[in-house]
Ligand binder design. Structure first.
Ligand code: HEM
Ligand SMILES: [Cu+2]
Length: 558
């Protein structure tokens, strides 16, 4: 039994006054080489959100082209660029960096640390990422246009486009993704070492919030798997620009080797995004049900188990190649294992919600919406893990539908949940609930209309990465495109809400949701120096329901 000590009230100097300007109002800091983890976090989050809008615009163009069976909006060549850059921007410039930003902002606050272990490396990480991101966008304006061989950039196709030209779209794309990868490795070094070394006294492993478990697992995965992709892309860069034969069959190279290395990272990366999003669900659902997270320890261990399982499933992306039968069978079995920790989590969230008094604020709506979407993504995922099913629908819109249920409907939904939940920690003010609910309704309906029909289309034989299709497939394509436009429009109430609330929203106070995390003991917005004294952690997290339990003693001196 852990002892319970009475909570000491925060001193008056720590109370937030509505007029007190937060550090964030000095927006010029966002343009500097700033070592404060909160600034680096904001730099990552704000810039990646702008890239998300660009990636979304490209998606609107894709869906505009697919509204009709004939080719009538863009050229075939530009369509290739569209889906390549849409996928690349969404992955490398939005999902990964936004999560790095969120982790930067929240992690030290959640574990009671003043900052990350290597603040200079942290600032460097952002600017390396940002340089890479600008490179990727600038590549649209090279004479040959941006990269066009899909976000996998498989040789030989990728090596044929722009061979020997250092300034081809493909070559710049490679550089950009390499820089993003280096930035991510810098981030991972920081996050893992921060969790290992900088936790406040009393915060044992099993007192860490699930978001921190997720960060630890995801960032460890970055350290293990990302160097493999980096090596892969460097070899491809040499093949492309200097004619080396690593992946070139004619000279004895092996293109399938590229695929193995590529997916050895690019499968795990899905968990690098989704684990923190699961972490977000695990913070929000207890807060809005006033229930402790069901099976906290099991959820924590399930989270960590992904780091192991995920290293042994990558060949499921290559079932349709000339992959030998034993390998298909083996990886079909390992892929099935992923369902176990995923199922544990869905069970835990459902059990937490079960028989509780739900508070359906916007953050909670997005969290529950994300969990529902993930259930559907999981079902089609298990279907795809069966080799015969995969061989049937491989390269069709069934796959596009499946992975957008993950990347858009679960992950982006979860990121919005996080924004509505932690916005007050960043700005000191709450986002407006009414606008938030409009945003949620548009997004939920839009996401379903856009991506559900893709499963049907895929089963009917609609191939992916194709700009024109048989006329009898048009009906569901119209539904999908209209859904996509609704999804596009759904961003507007969000942006208006965020901007207006940042200035004029209801003042939040320290802990508007009465949540149990350490970050909620701090004033909102978080002051520059964060913790005045290192807090002592007295209990496991999510101790909702018992008003007498005190989780933290925030006033313990060093
Ligand atoms: C905003 C709503 C979105 C819409 C309407 C949308 C639409 C599409 C469509 C229609 C394709 C298939 C193009 C084709 O194969 O011809 C596609 C591909 C793709 N999308 Fe999205 N998408 C959206 C959001 C996202 C998000 C948030 C992510 C990732 C975080 C993402 C990642 C991808 C990837 C990786 C591809 C594959 C690109 C390739 O084949 O190389 N999308 N998207
Ligand atoms: Cu995979």
């Amino acid at each position: 039994m852990t002892s319970i000590t009475p909570l000491e009230p925060l001193g008056p100097s720590r109370e937030l006054l509505p007029t007190e300007p937060g550090f964030f109002t000095h927006w010029q800091q966002l343009l500097t080489f700033n070592r404060d983890h909160k600034i680096v976090g904001l730099q990552y989050m704000l810039s990646s959100f702008v890239f998300f809008l660009i990636g979304g615009l490209l998606a609107m163009l894709i869906r505009a082209e697919l509204l009709t069976p004939e080719l009538n909006v863009v050229t075939r060549q530009f369509y290739n660029t569209l889906f390549t850059m849409h996928g690349s921007i969404m992955i490398f410039l939005w999902t990964i960096p936004f999560l790095v930003g969120m982790t930067n902002f929240l992690l030290p606050l959640m574990i009671g640390a003043r900052d990350v272990t290597f603040p200079t490396l942290n600032a460097l990480s952002f600017w390396v990422f940002f340089t890479g991101a600008i490179l990727m966008l600038v590549s649209f304006f090279t004479p040959s246009g941006a990269a066009d061989s899909g976000w996998w950039s498989y040789p030989p196709l990728s090596v044929q486009s722009g061979f020997g030209n250092l300034f081809s779209g493909e070559s710049i794309w490679l550089l950009s993704v390499l820089l993003g990868g280096i930035a991510s490795i810098m981030g991972a070094v920081n996050f893992v070492s921060t969790i290992v070394w900088m936790r406040a006294p009393g915060m044992t492993l099993f007192r860490m919030p699930i978001f921190v478990w997720a960060a630890l697992t995801a960032q460890t995965m970055q350290l293990i798997f990302l160097p493999v992709l980096t090596a892969d892309l460097i070899l491809l860069y040499f093949d492309l620009n200097f004619g080396t034969p690593f992946f070139n069959v004619a000279d004895g190279g092996d293109p399938v080797l590229y695929q193995h290395f590529f997916w050895f990272y690019s499968h795990p990366v899905v968990y690098v995004w989704i684990l923190p999003v699961f972490g977000v669900f695990s913070e929000i659902i207890p807060a809005f049900t006033r229930n402790p997270l069901f099976g906290y320890r099991t959820v924590a261990l399930a989270t960590a188990s992904f780091a192991v399982i995920t290293g042994f499933v990558w060949v499921h992306h290559m079932f349709a190649g000339d992959t030998p039968g034993w390998m298909r069978l083996l990886f079909m079995a390992t892929t099935g294992l992923v369902a176990i920790p995923s199922g544990i989590k869905i069970f835990a969230w459902t059990a937490t919600i079960w028989k509780s008094k739900l508070h359906l604020d916007t953050a909670m709506l997005f969290a529950v919406g994300g969990v529902v979407m993930f259930l559907l993504a999981g079902i089609t995922g298990v279907m795809l893990s069966a080799v015969p099913v995969d061989l049937h629908v491989n390269n069709t819109h069934f796959v596009v539908g499946h992975f957008h249920y993950v990347v858009n409907n679960t992950i982006v939904m979860g990121l919005y949940a996080a924004i509505y939940f932690w916005f007050p920690k960043v700005t000191g003010r709450l986002m407006a609930e009414g606008w938030g609910k409009v945003h949620f309704a548009f997004m939920f309906i839009g996401s379903t209309l856009t991506f559900f029909p893709m499963h049907i289309l895929g089963l009917q034989g609609m191939v992916r990465r194709i700009s024109s299709y048989q006329p009898d497939l048009q009906e569901w394509n119209v539904v999908s495109s209209l859904g996509a436009f609704l999804l596009g429009v759904s961003v507007l109430p969000f942006i208006v809400n965020a901007i207006v609330s940042w200035k004029h929203g209801v003042v939040a106070g320290n802990n508007p949701w009465q949540a149990t995390g350490l970050e909620w003991t701090l004033p909102s917005p978080v002051p520059k120096e964060t913790f005045e004294a290192t807090p002592t952690v007295l209990q496991p997290p999510y101790n909702y329901g018992d008003p007498n339990v005190v989780l933290f003693d925030p006033s313990d001196p060093y």
